[in-house]
Ligand binder design. Structure first.
Ligand code: HDL
Ligand code: ZN
Length: 420
């Protein structure tokens, strides 16, 4: 049925974006079978590393050591008191907690943390997973799976994810960014590798990757790369990319995801909250994706300054699919700016957002907040067309939204959406 007015258009677009189930292509969530790796509940929500960084800003007197010696509950109490009681929680990470509590039906106005905690005492992980995925309308969660983590390796040895809603991504940062400390671990696991990449090392790295692809059936291989990532370069990283990652990605027919722009541990005392960012050289992306046009690449960049050139680079290379407003960009003002730029340069051939959730409950806020912005920008683009006489069909709007929230990802993979 075609849309007859802009009021009708506004209502329909917001409703379609709000209610279309999403494939969340990058998260740090895990299926229940991964045990303690899956984080959920209000104390995990409050001790999210974003909130830890923000709390220290108001606690000049608190030593890092004292904080890290606290129990999780004590940390959550301090964060709640600092960011939610002594100050108003309007930063995006704070607002997110308020959105989650509200969406769970708690009386947020009461600010009664003990009351919220009491709910979690009576709910199981599997019930909570079902409830959150349903409330957030997330149909598929792509995990970040680390073959270098001993606890996670045991979970895979027991069978890994048996929940079809949780799919794998093979994350290989230690291989590309910490080779000095990683090659001994590969040797321990039975791969005949040498620090100087001599002998059968490159073939053995390819075998390692293929073994994990067989075990995990990952949708893609992923790595985060520093802002000073250079390519080409006479380095171990560049050689492993060229001679291991690329051929294995090609043979397994899965994309290589590059998440570029991280400056790790600029404040090590903050642990996970201690990473920062830097502007990267878009030329690295240009040169890799144009050199390997028969391989698919998913790319996101961490610096706001890289967003426009990344979108233009995607116009030049159809094997490049850009995704998400990552990490320090996952804020309403930047999501809107970046999404507007991408729709104008690339139309719907993008993945506008991923959640990057570390705590299951966060799905409620990261998707609520982004859906609202995506709908607002999409409506504006449709309204421009409407004003020029274009008539929009309801089922075409639904098609566009389904593409933005997962369809384009699955088509890029060349795989059917398993949750369609
Ligand atoms: O490297 C990554 O995948 C990042 O997303 C980090 O996990 C980061 O700490 C984060 O949680 N960003 O949202
Ligand atoms: Zn992440």
């Amino acid at each position: 049925m075609s849309i007859q007015s802009k009021d009708q258009l506004l209502e329909f677009v917001h409703e379609a974006v709000r209610n279309t189930p999403v494939t969340d292509i990058h998260t740090h969530l895990f299926a229940e079978s991964f045990g303690e790796l899956l984080l959920w509940g209000v104390d995990e929500l409050l001790t999210y590393h974003y909130l830890i960084a923000e709390t220290f800003r108001y606690r000049q007197d608190l030593s890092y050591e004292d904080f890290w010696q606290m129990t999780k509950r004590e940390q959550a109490d301090l964060i709640w008191q600092t960011l939610f009681i002594e100050h108003t929680p309007y930063s995006e990470a704070c607002r997110g907690v308020v959105t989650v509590l509200n969406r769970l039906g708690f009386d947020v106005g009461k600010r009664d943390l003990e009351k919220y905690r009491s709910y979690y005492a009576h709910v199981s992980a599997s019930e909570y997973i079902d409830r959150i995925l349903e409330l957030a309308k997330v149909k598929t969660v792509v995990m970040t799976n680390d073959p270098f983590d001993a606890y996670e390796r045991e979970r895979w040895a027991e069978g890994g994810s048996v929940d079809p809603r949780f799919l794998a991504a093979l994350r290989i940062d230690p291989l590309l960014n910490l080779w000095d400390g990683t090659w001994p671990k590969l040797a321990e696991q039975g791969y005949d590798v040498k620090e100087d990449l001599s002998g059968s090392t490159l073939a053995e790295i390819r075998r390692f990757l293929k073994d994990w692809i067989a075990r995990m059936n990952p949708l893609y291989m992923a790595v985060s790369l520093p802002n000073d990532f250079a390519y080409p370069e006479d380095s171990v990283r560049a050689r492993i990319i060229d001679e291991c990652i690329i051929p294995v990605a090609r043979e397994a027919a899965i994309p290589f995801a590059m998440m570029i722009g991280v400056k790790r541990k600029v404040n090590p005392s903050l642990k996970d909250a201690g990473d920062s960012l830097g502007k990267s050289d878009i030329g690295t992306v240009e040169r890799i994706v144009s050199k390997y046009q028969d391989v698919k690449f998913l790319v996101t960049m961490l610096s706001r300054e890289n967003q426009h050139e990344l979108a233009v680079t995607a116009r030049k290379n159809r094997n490049l699919l850009i995704f998400g407003c990552w990490w320090f960009l996952n804020n309403p003002s930047l999501i809107e700016e970046i999404t507007r730029m991408r729709f104008e340069l690339l139309g719907g051939s993008i993945i506008p957002q991923h959640s990057d959730c570390r705590i299951l409950d966060q799905l409620l806020y990261k998707w609520d907040h982004s859906r609202g912005i995506i709908a607002k920008v999409l409506y504006d683009k449709y309204a421009d067309l409407f004003d020029a006489g274009w008539r929009l069909e309801e089922d075409e709007i639904k098609r566009d939204v389904e593409d933005l929230l997962g369809g384009t990802f699955w088509k890029f993979l060349g795989k059917p959406d398993p949750a369609a």
